[in-house]
Design a protein around this ligand. Structure first.
Ligand code: GLY
Length: 376
């Protein structure tokens, strides 16, 4: 199947989903092929908005445009109501909704909403340990000075806020956080911790740990993929070679530890058997990270061939073994994602972020549309 046909299939699923979802937002399916719907209480609502913006950018379909605008309106209400904004995933939420609308429509109100979101994220900066606190209230016993690798994808909202306002503090803090993530979350063999704890009072490093991985010291595949993409985006903004080098190292690790069909199991350190759950969303994020990374690798870099092959083989497997290809009874694009196998939460289901990154990968490949992490 070529990229264009695949995009057309996603559009037919999305058109059905607009009717199915109404004002609600899909998160994950629960074993029945149907998305569980919510109303702005989590970290994932932006992905549906992002799918609609990507679908509109490709199709210019006014019905999809109207649905995309409706999601941004509801993100505005969430901001006004200060509903569930006290976590670091403000970046995921508002990059793919308000910032996306600014990028696509040049709508000033959406730009201001995205900047407001960046200000909320800045409130999670903790000045003693010098990091953005991922989860929980300030001073929280376990999470008060805990970073998680996923946050690298929240930082682009701050890079963008500096570009928009000329205020360097957004990117300055983001850079300190990215440096800390590189130093403590990425291990010497290029694998990664999901999370890392610091002492709230002294800032001293304590230990790595996990929330969704197999073990504290194992490598959760989605976390590794967040790192590949997040460090490539840090390189795009800061142009400091060590970010690109880190993205490359993490990408090589990811690629070298995949099973025969080139789609990740949910953790790299599991006993790998046929029955082991996959995380197709990790592979979709990985492909987007590779496509970003490839934009920065010089034309004569010998690693281009390896990463080009990784994109091709990953996408080939996702398209032929995991993609629902417009099947009207299935609400997602990618089967066999996992949210938290460890927590027995949607261990083999549709993930709305897997669908978003799969579509982002297709649009990058077909039209060079890169998603909404930076202006295009
Ligand atoms: N950022 C949360 C997750 O990847 O599950």
């Amino acid at each position: 199947m070529n990229w264009k046909s695949a995009i057309e299939h996603t559009l037919s699923t999305t058109r059905l989903n607009i009717k199915r979802f109404g004002d609600s937002f899909p998160i994950v399916s629960l074993g029945d092929g149907k998305y569980h719907l919510t109303d702005h209480t989590g970290w994932t609502e932006g992905f549906w908005s992002g799918i609609l913006w990507l679908s509109y950018e490709y199709s210019k379909d006014p019905e999809i445009h109207a649905a995309a605008i409706q999601t941004v309106d509801s993100f505005k209400k969430r901001m006004e109501a200060e509903q569930e904004l006290d976590h670091h995933d403000i970046g995921f939420l508002y990059s793919l909704s308000a910032k996306a609308r600014w990028i696509v429509d040049k709508d000033e109100e959406s730009r201001l909403l995205a900047l407001q979101a960046a200000d909320i994220l800045m409130k999670r900066w903790r000045s003693v340990p010098q990091l953005f606190q991922a989860w929980g209230p300030e001073g929280d016993h376990d999470n008060g000075a805990r970073i998680i690798i996923d946050c690298l994808m929240n930082l682009p909202l701050l890079y963008w806020a500096t570009e928009q306002t000329g205020d360097s503090s957004y990117a300055d803090y983001a850079k300190i956080h990215a440096e800390k993530s590189r130093r403590f979350l990425v291990r010497g063999d290029d694998s990664s911790f999901h999370t890392f704890y610091f002492d709230q009072l002294t800032g001293n490093a304590i230990r790595g740990g996990t929330a969704q991985g197999y073990q504290d010291v194992s490598t959760w595949t989605r976390g590794q993929a967040w790192g590949v993409y997040g460090f490539a985006l840090a390189y795009r903004y800061f142009k400091e070679p060590h970010y690109l080098e880190t993205s490359i190292r993490m990408a090589r690790y990811f690629w070298e530890h995949l099973p025969a069909d080139h789609v990740a199991y949910w953790d790299f350190d599991l006993p790998q058997e046929d029955s082991t759950p996959r995380d197709s969303s990790a592979s979709a994020i990985f492909v987007c990270g590779l496509l970003e990374l490839l934009e920065h690798l010089p034309e004569d870099d010998p690693q281009r061939a390896l990463f080009g092959e990784a994109v091709e083989k990953s996408m080939d497997s996702l398209l032929n073994r995991y993609f629902t290809a417009g099947s009207p009874s299935e609400e997602g694009f990618l089967r066999h994602g996992s949210y938290s196998v460890r927590g027995n939460s949607s261990p083999d289901d549709f993930m709305i972020w897997g669908d978003y990154f799969f579509l982002e990968a297709l649009l990058r490949l077909q039209k060079g549309v890169p998603g909404y992490w930076y202006e295009h």
